[in-house]
Design a protein around this ligand. Sequence first.
Ligand code: ATP
Length: 263
Amino acid sequence: MSTASPDCSAFRSMHSAISVKNISKYYGALQALDDVSLTIEPGEFFGLLGPNGAGKTTLISILAGLVKADKGHAAILGSDVQSAFREARRMLGVVPQELVFDPFFTVRETLRFQSGYFGIRHNDAWIDEIMANLDLTSKADSNMRALSGGMKRRVLVAQALVHRPPVIILDEPTAGVDVELRQSLWQFISRLNQDGHTIVLTTHYLEEAEALCQRIAMLKQGKIVALDTTANLLTRYGSNKKDGDGKTDLEEVFVNIMSGDIR
Ligand code: ATP
C-alpha cells in the first residue's frame, strides 16, 4: 500500500514534523503544561508517556488546534498551529482518545464526511484501501451505533487517515481493545511509519511503547522529565531488576523517572 503522500518527502529535509517551543497551558489555576519544548523529526516513531493528568492530551489538543496555548509556539511541518491552522491541520491526523461519533451514519458515510471536512471529494478508492487495511470492509455499510467498541476505534483510526496526513498522532489507541485488534493496528501503524509517516503515540501500555517507539518523552505534571531514545532511557534509568533476558524494561524506567526529579 502506498500510504505516504508526496508531501511527506517534500517536507522531509525542510522542517521538523512537530516543533513545540516553550508551551504553557493553564486551565484556571491549574497548570496543565509548563514550558514544554520538543522536536520530532519526520519519519520518527515517537512516544509521549506520562501518568494520568500529566498533560499529554492537552499537548495533542494544542497541536490539533483544538486548545490554544497560553504561551509558546507549536508547528506541524513548519506550519504554525495557530497562525497557519489550515495548513498545519492538513498535515496532521489525530486518533483521539474518546469514541465520539454520529450514530446515524454508516462507516463509509463517516469517512466520506471526514474527507469533505478536508475538502477532498471522490476519496472512495483511498477510503476502501484504509478500510481493507483496518479490517473494516465488511462493516462499510453498518451504522456506527451498531459497531462494537473495538470496531469504532478502528473507524477513529480510519478517520484520522482519510486526508493522507504525513504526521499521525494516536492518543491511547489501544485502550480497552482486544489483542487481535492491537496487533493488527500496530502492524498497520508500523507500515505507515515505514512508508515515511511520522507517528506519535501516547499509551499506558509501556511494553507497546518499548517495542515501537524509537524516542520517548515523559511528562509529569506538565513538564518534560525525560527525553531520549528508548535504548538510552533503558540503559540510563533501568536499575537492578532484570527480566529473564537480562534487560530492564520501560515500566521500571518509567517508575524510576516518575518517582524522582531526574532528567
Ligand atoms: P490521561 O493519561 O488521563 O489521558 P493526560 O496526560 O492526557 O491524562 P490531560 O488530559 O492533558 O492529561 O490533563 C492535564 C491536566 O489538565 C489534568 O489535571 C486535567 O484534569 C486538566 N484538564 C484537562 N482538560 C481540562 C479542561 N478542559 N478544563 C480543566 N482542566 C482540564
